[in-house]
Design a protein around this ligand. Structure first.
Ligand code: ADP
Length: 566
């Protein structure tokens, strides 16, 4: 039941009970009071009549006269109880009246001087109040019908009832207004509180309600404000935490005591390949033994030192640490690149050692032989030349390595200027002409009019062209080498084509790697170091350019470099 209805019902009950009580209690009391007053009056009247009743007076006439004058029924009774005069009965009727000697009021008068009785009168036909007094000649009794008294009481009760009804209507109206003024704001407060509990923190109660309800509204208002402020702060904290987690290079996931994953950053999602929304059960993570172990340790709050696992073609370090709040954190770090670099470094060292080992062995071997005095001078001359050739080869390797490391380490910056392609090409062709002629190869250049100049470091550009033409001459037995330029993508492609041995498709993508050679013996025999194209690629990239190679085995190869135009 609503508050308003309870208030209305309550006031209905209270007012009704009050009216009923007033009607019943006050009605009874009023009647008693009236009876008491009438009894006293009847006693007084009795005394007056007593004074009139003398020996010799006609009791019949006295009773009639006094009754008429005083408006009450006056009855004169002799000492034996016979009615000798009565205001309402004539001599005829009186004689039929029974003896009054043992009537209660007469008995009372005989014993105490005055007797009172309230009872139904057989002769009068209704309730009568009798007051009898003792008299030397008998008893004087004055009586009255109580009907008139009851009429007064009923009238008073009707009045009380009427005003009670009026009061009831008034009370109900008041209760209704009061209930409305209380319950409306209370209902509003209830709705606002429900909305806030459901998460609508923008809802606020109106502060206009009077009294305690108003205080309650103010308190609710403040509570909502506080709640909103705290939630904002919590949200900001959470966002900061997420931002920090997302900025980590490490993948991080938190598990609680039940083994549920309650936080995970994008890095960990990518590495472990999970997209399930949080929170999710750990069974959704990959079934890798060490990873499972780490999650298990984290959820029971113990730490596990990092250990490496292989997953989805990647090398990943997994570790776990406990959290003070229960559960723990599992970290996953991608070591793939690091391990690959380590491999590259190891291979590189092995390659360099291998490259230097052959010429060094030759140098030391021939030097050893030269120590022998018995060697003819002509042979001695050949040995010395071999030593010089091997030293030159080592020199070239070391030079190329130094160039590469300088470019790769980022310490070298191209000193860019506008360079005429044809000028550099002419220089390079002149330098390599003898090597080409020795193999019967022609060198030709076609510089297109819209691709004549590039923005490059001139020394670097000279090296690029040299390396490409050198390779073309090196791997071609007959035919020729052609250099072409063409404009594309706001730059210039410088392409060197030959009619040589070509490169098969499986090797083609790797020829720009350091020390990668299709045929190591042939390369060495031709004076190659395996570093030429790696240097070309690095130089091109240092200018924001790129390299590309196409080839048909037995037909020839084209290696191109894209460089920015002037
Ligand atoms: P190298 O000093 O051995 O020539 P590069 O880095 O210049 O080293 O080239 C790597 C490898 O690519 C060579 O060993 C060779 O096998 C292949 N190569 C490069 N240019 C050509 C070409 N024009 N024709 C055929 N093969 C080539």
């Amino acid at each position: 039941m609503t508050l308003a209805r309870r208030l209305l019902a309550g006031s209905l009950v209270v007012v009704t009970a009050m009216v009923a009580a007033v009607v019943l209690i006050a009605g009874g009391r009023l009647r008693n009071r009236l009876v008491e007053e009438k009894r006293d009056e009847l006693a007084r009247v009795g005394r007056v009549v007593s004074a009139e009743w003398q020996a010799g007076t006609d009791p019949e006439a006295l009773a009639q006269r006094a009754g008429d004058a005083l408006g009450y029924r006056v009855t004169l009774i002799d000492s034996t109880g016979v009615v000798v005069g009565d205001a309402e009965f004539g001599p005829e009727a009186r004689r039929r009246l029974e003896n009054h000697y043992s009537r209660p009021e007469v008995v009372g008068a005989r014993e105490h001087g005055v007797g009172v009785s309230l009872r139904h009168s057989a002769s009068a036909g209704d309730d009568e109040l009798y007051v009898a007094q003792k008299h030397p000649l008998g008893y004087v009794r004055v009586s009255l019908t109580t009907g008139s008294l009851d009429e007064i009481v009923r009238g008073a009760q009707r009045d009380v009832l009427a005003s009670g009804l009026l009061a009831l209507v008034g009370a109900l109206a008041l209760a209704f207004l009061f209930a409305r003024s209380i319950s409306q704001p209370v209902v509003e407060l209830r709705d606002v509180a429900r909305a806030i509990a459901a998460g609508d923190l923008a809802r606020r109660p109106a502060l206009s309600a009077p009294g305690e309800v108003g205080d309650l509204a103010t308190a609710l208002h403040r509570m909502a404000e506080q709640l909103a402020t705290r939630l904002d702060a919590l949200e900001a904290d959470d966002q900061l935490m997420t931002a920090v987690l997302e900025s980590l290079e490490e993948g991080v996931l938190a598990v609680d005591e039940r083994g549920m994953v309650i936080r995970i950053n994008q890095r960990a999602r990518t590495l472990l390949g999970v997209q399930a929304p949080l929170p999710f059960v750990r069974e959704l993570l990959p079934r890798e033994h060490t990873l499972r172990e780490a999650i298990e340790q984290a959820s029971v709050g113990t730490s596990m030192p990092p250990s490496e696992i292989a997953m989805h073609d990647r090398t990943i370090a997994v570790a776990s640490r406990p959290l003070r709040t229960g559960g723990g954190v599992v970290t996953v770090l991608d070591l793939t690149v690091l391990r690959r670099l380590e491999t590259i470094r190891r291979d590189f060292v092995a390659n360099v050692s291998h490259e230097l080992k052959t010429p060094l062995t030759a140098v030391s071997g021939y030097a050893e032989t030269l120590l022998d005095d018995g060697i003819p001078s002509e042979q001695r001359q050949r040995f010395v030349e071999t030593i010089r050739d091997n030293a030159t080869r080592m020199q070239r390797i070391v030079d190329d390595l130094l160039d590469l490391s300088r470019i790769e380490s980022g310490g070298w910056r191209p000193n860019v200027s506008t360079v005429e392609v044809s000028g550099i090409v002419t220089d390079v062709f002149t330098a390599l002409q003898s090597a080409a002629s020795a193999k019967g190869l022609t060198l030709a250049a076609t510089v297109t009019p819209d691709a004549t100049r590039v923005r490059v470091d001139p020394t670097a550009f000279r090296q690029i062209v040299t390396n490409l033409v050198e390779n073309a001459v090196r791997y071609t037995r007959e035919g020729g080498v052609t250099l072409r330029t063409r404009a594309a993508d706001g730059g210039v492609w410088v392409e060197v084509s030959d009619t040589g041995i070509g490169i098969s498709a499986e090797h083609l993508p790797r020829i720009f790697e350091r020390f990668y050679r299709v045929d190591a013996g042939r390369s060495r025999a031709e004076g190659g170091t395996g570093l030429g194209l790696a240097i070309v690629r690095h130089l091109a990239e240092a200018h924001g350019g790129r390299v590309e190679a196409t080839s048909v085995v037995g037909r020839g190869t084209t290696v191109g470099v894209w460089l920015p135009a002037a």
